[in-house]
Design a protein. Structure first.
Length: 393
């Protein structure tokens, strides 16, 4: 796979990915020649609308859904927000429930929305426990469902620790009990196949920039017939589910990106899983007081994450950056926050370890040379950071 022209080793593919050249090429005409508003009825608009229809079909087909079940949004965060509020408000309006079940390892896009639904709108929430790998037990979901449960939201692949949840099992339980299930699958599409029917989900969020597509572009999958009230009000775009003139270029780019990863995913996931194991073994064998976080095998193929005892993760990130290695302390969205990650704490990791969280996520351009260079440099950098911490204590 062709490398990007940028120098340095990029191990932050969970934060974002470069846009694939095929994706950029597919998008370009929709900024210039085919610039029409897809809602206009003249020929310029109809041309854009045809491209938008095709994008709905391509994305739907890639995840086992119908075109009518795909809504293009402004990002993954927006897709999560629309899903949760939309279903909660509809349940409230229809007198169908006031209770939401979620987990403490969700991304802020879900966690913040669930808490706002509790704080401002009076929904009852149940936060499920997770085990030491950050996994929800499907039996806990079964036990938590009440007659007034409106929605369960459990993510597919965790952004901070890489653990894959048993969403299919959770989905079967929800189906049996007549409860809707939402999953945040933002981290998954480039590294594992996604089929909304195998997962038994009713709502799902995706984000194009996590799978080699454009930033500022997301997808909300919503099973036909799901009771939903749009949180944004405006025109009837996207079947009224997400009012606002649609970026046809982004929709076309998202469709091109899902095709791009669908064609490469199996081969890349197998290749990356080998590199992931090499990196994990390299780190655990060469550094003292380090632990892998997340599940050792039920984790996304591209994902590694660790905690280093007695180190500030942010300082380690900056020291690695000086060496030309780009990593993250956890979720990109919480970088710069000196507090220990709530996800790591929920997994029972003690604070003095949790403060030293580091995530290294691989992608389609990562090579074995990259991994070997990181394994060679990391022990030295960790030692320097530990020494400096003792000197300045
Ligand atoms: C699991 C998860 N959900 C949602 C998001 C938000 O996606 P976006 O950046 O498109 O808003 C992210 C981004 O890091 C994520 O990792």
């Amino acid at each position: 796979m062709e490398k990007t022209s940028r120098k340095g080793i990029y191990l932050d593919y969970s934060a974002t990915t470069p846009v694939a050249p095929e994706v950029t090429a597919a998008m370009l005409p929709y900024f210039t020649a085919t610039f029409g508003n897809a809602s206009s009825t003249h020929s310029f608009g109809r041309e854009a609308a045809a491209a938008l229809d095709e994008a709905h079909s391509v994305v739907g087909c890639a995840i086992g859904a119908r075109a009518s079940e795909i809504t293009f949004t402004g990002c993954g965060t927006e897709a999560d927000n629309l899903a949760l509020r939309g279903v909660a408000f509809a349940a409230r309006k229809n007198g169908r429930g006031n209770h939401i079940i979620s987990s403490p390892i969700e991304h802020h896009a879900v966690e913040g929305t669930v808490h706002q639904l509790h704080d401002l709108f009076g929904f009852d929430i149940t936060m499920l426990p997770v085990d030491g790998y950050g996994r929800v037990d499907p039996d806990d979901v079964r036990r938590a469902i009440r007659p007034n449960t409106a929605l369960v939201s459990v993510m597919l692949g965790n952004n901070e620790v890489g653990t894959i949840q048993q969403v299919g099992e959770i989905g079967l339980i929800c189906r049996e009990r007549g409860v809707l299930l939402h999953t945040d699958a933002v981290q998954a599409p480039a590294y594992m196949p996604i089929d909304v029917n195998a997962l038994h989900v009713d709502l799902m969020a995706l984000s194009s920039h996590k799978f080699y597509g454009p930033k500022g572009s997301g997808v909300l999958y919503m099973r036909d017939g799901t009771p939903y009230i749009p949180t944004l009000t405006g025109g009837g775009h996207e079947r009224g589910r997400r009012p606002g003139t649609v970026s046809v270029a982004n929709a076309v780019g998202t469709a091109a990106a899902i095709k791009y990863v669908s064609a490469r995913r199996d081969e890349q996931a197998a290749r990356l899983a080998v590199l992931r194991e090499r990196l994990i073994a390299g780190v655990l064998n060469s550094v003292q007081d380090v632990q892998l976080t997340g599940h050792p095998s039920d984790r996304m193929a591209h994902h590694t994450s660790f905690v280093f005892k007695g180190i500030d993760g942010e300082t380690l990130l900056m020291a690695l950056d000086v060496e030309g290695i780009a990593v993250s302390t956890g979720s990109a969205c919480t970088s710069g926050n000196p507090e220990p990650s709530p996800v790591l704490l929920a997994m029972g990791i003690p604070v003095e370890w949790a403060l030293g969280g580091l995530r290294m996520t691989l992608g389609y351009h990562t090579t074995q040379d990259d991994i070997d260079a990181v394994i060679a440099k990391l022990p030295f950098v960790v030692e320097q950071v530990r020494k400096a911490a003792i000197e300045f204590a």
